[in-house]
Design a protein around this ligand. Structure first.
Ligand code: SF4
Ligand code: SF4
Length: 378
């Protein structure tokens, strides 16, 4: 499944009855988040997942710190990072809490270093070389970017995959592979497959073990599939020979796929959707003026109108269009509003940030009793 970074969804089209999503059209965006003309592609889909940005849920933490309270933060409260970073920072903070409560708990010295690595941004992308090995079976590891990941190392019962001292290192394979498939199964990036060189004595075909995360019904044994390389480009055809399900891994299947021997080192996966189709030119059945601020039901057009009228201050925009005025305090829509500024060609450096609503407001008790009437109007 290709991952299109620096792209946006231009439109989503449904069937005439608005009951079912049929296709989405995506396009590459330039440095100003404007769609690049000519880069549009339309795909038939039945599901569109919408994410609205990542904001730390840190209001309570920040306010408590401002008030001088003893507080602890981990995971999304403290940072936006991978789940592994959140889990690890939770372990550290949990131990800190236990220690502050008087328990005798140690926190290994290298944990803070590892936590920093886990929350760091991905490192360099290294060139990939896939070499033919004189073994009956061996893995092909297409792991090219330095990221904090290492389950493949621990998975190999023969210790043939090594990462080294830093979890950011790329894995290195050396030795005689058993063909057990453990490394294929555990790699979260689906970056490892096995090549069985001695599958076909005639040398015409090879057998690959490919990881797959979807319903097994999609690729039953005997199915012919369109194989692709690491960039999602077509390679040729393959035939599913068998599949292995693993009870401990929900919906991850290992497929045994027969491919022409000439393709064995090129194939990294297979396509289960068709190629992009011509852009739908009919009028969209969906709303072209979506609601941006859901609390106050503010449509995009109302925000665009204010931006085109010269508004460059999120507080002013809130007062004029009510975007960000609702119960969530702009938590959801602020990123979308900033995006609309960018779409309108406005440099965000010109835009004054909104004032964060106080998490708490001191209210004297008298405010609840003075001027109140009881049931008798007294
Ligand atoms: S298939 Fe098994 S033996 Fe071979 S490298 Fe992977 S984990 Fe190790
Ligand atoms: S488990 Fe997969 S993604 Fe992680 S380091 Fe190993 S090959 Fe790379």
């Amino acid at each position: 499944m290709p991952i299109w970074t620096s792209h946006t969804v231009l439109r989503a089209d449904g069937d005439g009855a608005r009951e079912q999503l049929r296709s989405v059209t995506i396009a590459e965006v330039d440095a100003h988040f404007q769609p690049v003309v000519g880069s549009e592609r339309t795909y038939e889909v039945d599901t569109l997942l919408i994410a609205v940005g990542l904001n730390s849920c840190d209001e309570l933490l920040v306010k408590s710190q401002e008030l001088g309270l003893k507080v602890y933060g981990a995971g999304d409260t403290a940072e936006i990072a991978e789940a592994s970073a959140a889990i690890f920072s939770g372990r550290i903070v949990g131990r800190q809490i236990a220690r502050d409560l008087g328990a005798v708990v140690t926190i290994p010295e290298d944990w803070s270093t590892l936590a920093a690595v886990l929350r760091s941004r991905p490192g360099k992308v290294q060139p990939l070389t896939v070499a033919e090995l004189p073994l009956s079976v061996h893995p092909v590891i297409r792991c090219v970017q330095e990221i904090p990941c290492d389950p493949c190392e621990a998975s190999c019962p023969e210790g043939l995959i090594t990462i080294g001292d830093s979890i950011m290192n790329l894995p290195h394979y050396d030795g005689v592979c058993l063909g057990c498939g453990e490394c294929v199964s555990v790699c979260p990036g689906l970056a490892i497959n096995l090549v069985f060189n001695d599958y076909d004595p005639s040398g015409e075909h090879s057998l690959l073990m490919l990881p797959f995360e979807c319903s097994v019904d999609t690729v039953p044994p005997g199915a012919e599939i369109d194989t692709v390389d690491m960039d999602g480009e077509p390679v040729g055809k393959g035939r599913v020979i068998a599949l292995r399900e693993r009870p401990e891994q929900d919906r991850r299947v290992l497929l045994l796929v027969e491919v022409p021997a000439a393709d064995k080192l090129k194939v990294a996966g297979f396509a289960i959707r068709g190629p992009s189709v011509p852009i739908v030119t009919a009028e969209s059945e969906l709303d072209d003026d979506p609601i941006v601020c859901r609390c106050e039901r503010v449509p995009k057009s109302a925000i665009v109108e204010q931006i085109r009228g010269g508004v460059r201050d999120l507080n002013q925009l809130k007062a004029l269009a009510r975007a960000g005025m609702g119960g969530c305090g702009g938590k959801t829509c602020t990123e979308l509003v900033r995006r609309i500024f960018r779409e309108e060609g406005v440099d965000l450096g010109e835009v004054t940030a909104g004032t964060t609503r106080p998490l708490v407001a001191e209210t004297p008790l008298g405010a609840f009793v003075r001027g109140q009437e009881d049931d008798r109007g007294e």
